[in-house]
Write a protein that binds this ligand. Structure first.
Ligand code: NAP
Length: 246
């Protein structure tokens, strides 16, 4: 007799019920095998589908003293090539990348996922995430965002909930928020950040733009707390992956 074994039930109402269909066709169905490991593997996707809004990963690249840009606005490059190449692999695995209009104006980012081949040549990864710009300002006609890469979506709003609902309607399950500080702060204040990817370079600036602005914390008990799930050395830099404790 044919048998199907699955670890985790699909929480999507549209996909649910496959087990019953198989059983009625005479297939034996076993569920829940190594369910905890399956759920851990599918953590991002399960969170997004159960909640109905995308899983949000906030990425920052900072100096040891917490700056994402120098006083003149330059931020290229705070981290080294290994950290940047790691960040590109993350980009290639998410559905969308979001930045505010300030980053578009200052950095002119392409927001593509790029990989370096064995020949040392950098090319676009197979999967390109949706490129999302949040804010009322326009996207300049010659912006690199208009070049090759994923589709471009401009959301002229400051409302984080609206951004998440528009993305959910486009079946975005995982969005990587790449800043800058204004957009990062808005996502944190809205309580919308599920995971933090903090790349920290062994460099000091002493002044400049902080990774995030005022979060309303007036005393240490008000600090936003995350739980560390991974710490990894990437070249000369350190990546800390932590998750929201809510
Ligand atoms: N190292 C890093 O990880 C990193 C990453 C990204 C950027 N940066 C640096 O960050 C600097 C840019 O900072 P930034 O804060 O201007 O960039 P930003 O957060 O990308 O853009 C800010 C703009 O986005 C719009 N916006 C979208 N949602 C908003 C909200 N909820 N509340 C308020 N405004 C909202 C506003 O413009 P409108 O008036 O158009 O609505 C605002 O001025 C640059 O120096 C860049 O190099 C560093």
């Amino acid at each position: 007799m044919a048998e199907v074994v699955h670890a985790v039930d699909d929480p999507d109402p549209l996909a649910r019920g496959g087990g019953a269909v198989l059983r009625s066709a005479g297939v034996r169905v076993a569920r829940g095998l190594r369910a905890a490991e399956g759920a851990a593997l599918l953590h991002v996707w399960l969170t997004a589908v159960r909640r109905g809004t995308p899983y949000v990963t906030l990425k920052t690249a900072t100096t040891l003293d917490g700056f994402v840009a120098a006083q003149d606005g330059t931020s290229r490059w705070i981290t080294g090539p290994e950290a940047r190449s790691h960040a590109h692999r993350v980009r290639a695995a998410v559905d969308a990348i979001a930045v505010g209009t300030g980053t578009v104006r200052t950095d002119d980012p392409a927001l593509t996922a790029r990989v370096t081949g064995d020949d040392g040549v950098e090319r676009l990864a197979e999967h390109q995430p949706l490129r999302v710009v949040v804010g009322h300002g326009g996207i300049p006609p010659r912006s690199r965002l208009r070049g090759a890469g994923g589709p471009l979506l401009h959301l002229p709003t400051h409302d984080v909930g609206e951004v998440l609902h528009v993305l959910a309607a486009r079946e975005v399950r995982h969005v990587l928020v790449e800043g800058g500080p204004t957009l990062a702060t808005a996502f944190l204040v809205a309580g919308a950040v599920d995971e933090l990817h903090a790349y920290v370079a062994p460099a000091l600036l002493g002044a400049g733009r902080r990774a995030v602005g005022d979060l309303g914390a007036r005393t240490i008990a008000d600090a936003r707390r995350f739980r560390t799930v991974e710490v990894r050395r990437v070249g000369d830099d350190v990546l800390t992956v932590s998750r929201s404790v809510r």
